[in-house]
Write a protein that binds this ligand. Structure first.
Ligand SMILES: NC(=O)CC[C@H](N)C(=O)O
Length: 309
């Protein structure tokens, strides 16, 4: 186990921050546009239960696309692999996360994977519960268990901001409805999806969830199994193949850690058997990944030989 020390992490954060000027904060969800591009924080949660952090780790970050991996884990537990993969595929697309193109080009018209928006909407549709509120509560309860933090909730401001502007996601929903992948009211699904994306937490919470995946679904403190091994394995595999959108191939080569990013600038990473990593750096690259966060992870991966390959 490498020894992560605070001084070194602080130095790596300062180095990576130099790249913030090449990135841009996401503003297609207006509330995310308020973030400070120079912010960069990281927490590393090791398998022995220790946390090393740098930057302001009290800042909360909305999950955005990171929530896709958590919703996927929940529906896999709820419904099992066969049912889930009847509605969503297992292949990377090479397209941007919000693209509609492959839904039309590929037959049958089912989203290629659960990490693009079309696939994530199909997954959120599958969260069990009698109402949006009950489905959201079930997802929140699951996320709170993974993070070991009962306080976790969603940002109403960010959820509302996305709900009012998510016309492309609505288009994806209508396409999915036309092709029988979803059969619920689109506004209800958008209500649930935007709240799911607006769930907020600190880098320490992110790192702890990353560690649960790294430990094949086990709680790092109690040893309790929070999700079946197969579910953790499937989620980590998607993190490798599609977790960084259409930059996942380059990320696998340069960094080689299962990870999932969100347009808020968050990254959740799981180094199998070793640690979970949570990062918040809202300056994004042109694919929608945290530019400073990816630089920071690259430095960590090289320094501590974290690549799984
Ligand atoms: N890439 C992302 O983080 C996208 C999530 C965002 N809520 C959206 O659907 O557009």
């Amino acid at each position: 186990m490498p020894v992560y020390n605070k001084e070194e992490l602080v130095r790596f954060v300062e180095e990576a921050k130099q790249y913030a000027r090449y990135g841009k904060v996401a503003d297609y969800i207006p509330a995310l546009g308020k973030a400070n591009p120079n912010e960069l924080s990281i927490a590393v949660y090791t398998a022995d239960g220790k946390v090393v952090d740098a930057g302001d780790v009290t800042v909360k970050v909305t999950l955005q696309s990171i929530s896709k991996i958590l919703a996927l884990a929940l529906v896999l537990i709820d419904r099992g692999e066969d049912e889930v993969f009847r509605k969503v595929g297992m292949e990377p697309t090479g397209d941007p996360f919000n693209s509609i193109a492959k839904l039309e080009e590929v037959q049958p018209s089912k989203p290629l994977n659960p990490m693009i928006n079309a696939g994530a909407l199909a997954v959120t549709h599958m969260i069990r519960g009698r109402s949006v509120e009950e489905r959201l509560e079930r997802l929140l309860a699951f996320i709170r268990r993974l993070a070991g933090n009962e306080q976790i909730t969603y940002s109403e401001e960010v959820a509302q901001s996305e709900f009012e502007t998510a016309f492309l996601n609505r288009s994806l929903c209508y396409f999915l409805k036309q092709h029988g992948i979803i059969d619920e009211d689109v506004e209800e699904l958008m209500d649930l999806y935007t709240k799911q994306c607006a769930v907020e937490m600190t880098c320490i919470d992110l790192a702890r969830i990353g560690l649960v995946f790294a430990l094949d679904g086990r709680d790092p403190h109690s040893g309790e199994l929070l999700m079946p091994l197969d579910v953790a394995r499937i989620c980590k595999t998607f993190m490798v193949t599609c977790g960084m959108y259409n930059a996942s191939g380059e990320f696998a080569i340069k960094i080689g850690i299962p990870a999932k990013s969100g347009v808020s600038g968050g990254i959740l990473a799981a180094v199998p058997g070793r640690c979970g990593i949570g990062i918040f750096g809202p300056a994004l690259d042109d694919k929608g990944n945290s530019l400073t966060g990816v630089k920071l992870l690259e430095r960590l991966s090289k320094t501590y030989s974290l690549s799984i390959f």
